[in-house]
Design a protein around this ligand. Structure first.
Ligand code: IPM
Ligand code: MN
Length: 353
């Protein structure tokens, strides 16, 4: 039997509720495949911050670093000023653990409704590889002469050859592994952001030509990417982009795959500690009401199982998710026809059958 020690951060709002359902489903999966997930729960997030002033104590960070994977519910508390927990916890973990890839599949499961007219599961199946450690998110810049009439804010996008290259390589490798068009689209803004995306483009073509000649290299501006995602999502196989654009286009991606109720992502450090999360946030108004859909957290768990190398178990888990999605009336909170726990039970049930 293989044992996987996993850190669980339920976090804020509905985070703990959805994470619990992910854990439940993965425990059912473990029984079936003779695995064990050894869950270690960490109390981090807005409540702890408000009580103690602590966001991510160094000792906790050191412990978390020992795991191959972290399973995260959600970060974001209505009583904490925006930016504090996001930067102090979520981005801190992404950066300090060098989770340089944010992997966000956009896959429409059968039976799930998409707002795109005349598009089905065969049309919506691509992956966004979002650079996760640099760009505008690094926080370079400053606010000068604040409070005066000459106040000026500068927010710079940092793009290093090293950071861009490792992200591109990951995206090329993924494109090679996927059984689709073998096309990698660089999403940028080369017509305006001529420094940042010059670097991306240079590296993209250099690496592509040298090491991935069989992969088709494609380019789209970020605005056009949004247009194509709605008009012709079947065009895409893998999209690689910077941190900010990746953040934006994956919310659009989440909507076309059925909404925040299903969208999951992985913050990947292939050699270190990776972190898997539903991408929807903490939805504080639903806290404790058992109305939130845990499917995105379960899907994040599925990505984690695959990442750990348990391919067969991950495929089984995905099949169970698909079956369960087919049973839900809607993927939106409060309209599923099931409560949060029942959705977890449903998926777990399909795994046991
Ligand atoms: C996401 C979120 C985060 C981001 C926020 C909460 C900092 O929107 O994971 O997409 O911008 O990356
Ligand atoms: Mn986002």
């Amino acid at each position: 039997m293989t044992t996987y020690p996993i850190a669980v951060i339920g976090g804020d709002g509905t985070g703990p509720e959805v994470a619990a359902e992910g854990v439940k489903v993965m425990d059912a999966l473990a029984d079936r495949f003779d695995l064990k997930f050894d869950w270690h729960h960490y109390d981090l997030g807005g409540e702890r911050y408000l009580k103690t002033g602590e966001i991510l104590p160094e000792s906790v960070f050191e412990e978390l670093k020992q795991f191959r994977a972290i399973f995260l519910g959600a970060i974001g508390h209505p009583e904490v000023k925006p930016g504090i927990l996001e930067k102090g916890l979520l981005l801190e973990l992404r950066f300090r653990m060098e989770q340089y890839i944010n992997l966000r599949p956009v896959k429409l499961y059968p039976g799930v409704e998409t707002p795109l007219k005349d598009k089905g599961p065969e049309d919506i199946d691509f992956v966004v590889v979002r650079e996760n450690n640099e760009g505008l998110y690094l926080g370079a810049g400053g606010f000068f002469k604040k409070g005066t009439r000459q106040e000026v804010a500068v927010q710079e996008s940092i793009n290093t050859r090293f950071g861009v290259e490792r992200c591109l390589r990951y995206a090329f490798d993924l494109t090679r592994k996927r059984d689709r068009k073998k096309m990698l689209t660089l999403c940028g803004k080369t017509n305006v952001l001529t420094y940042a995306f010059d670097l991306w483009e240079l590296a993209f073509h250099e690496i592509g030509a040298e090491d991935y000649p069989e992969i088709e290299r494609d380019y789209a501006h970020v605005d056009a990417t949004c247009m194509w995602m709605v008009k012709n999502p079947e065009y895409f196989d893998v999209i690689v982009t910077d941190n900010m654009f990746g953040d934006i286009i994956t919310d659009l991606g989440a909507m076309i795959q059925g909404g925040m109720g299903i969208a999951a992502g992985g913050n990947i450090n292939p050699e270190g500690t990776s972190m898997f999360e539903p991408i929807g946030g903490s939805a504080p108004k639903y806290t404790g009401l058992k109305k939130i859909n845990p499917m995105a957290a379960i899907a994040a768990g599925q990505m984690m199982v695959k990442f750990l190398g348990e391919e067969r178990a991950a495929a089984e888990m995905e099949a169970a998710i698909v079956k369960a999605c087919g049973k839900l009336k809607s993927l939106s909170a409060g309209r599923m026809g099931y409560n949060t726990e029942e959705v977890g039970d449903l998926v777990a049930g399909f795994i046991r059958d």
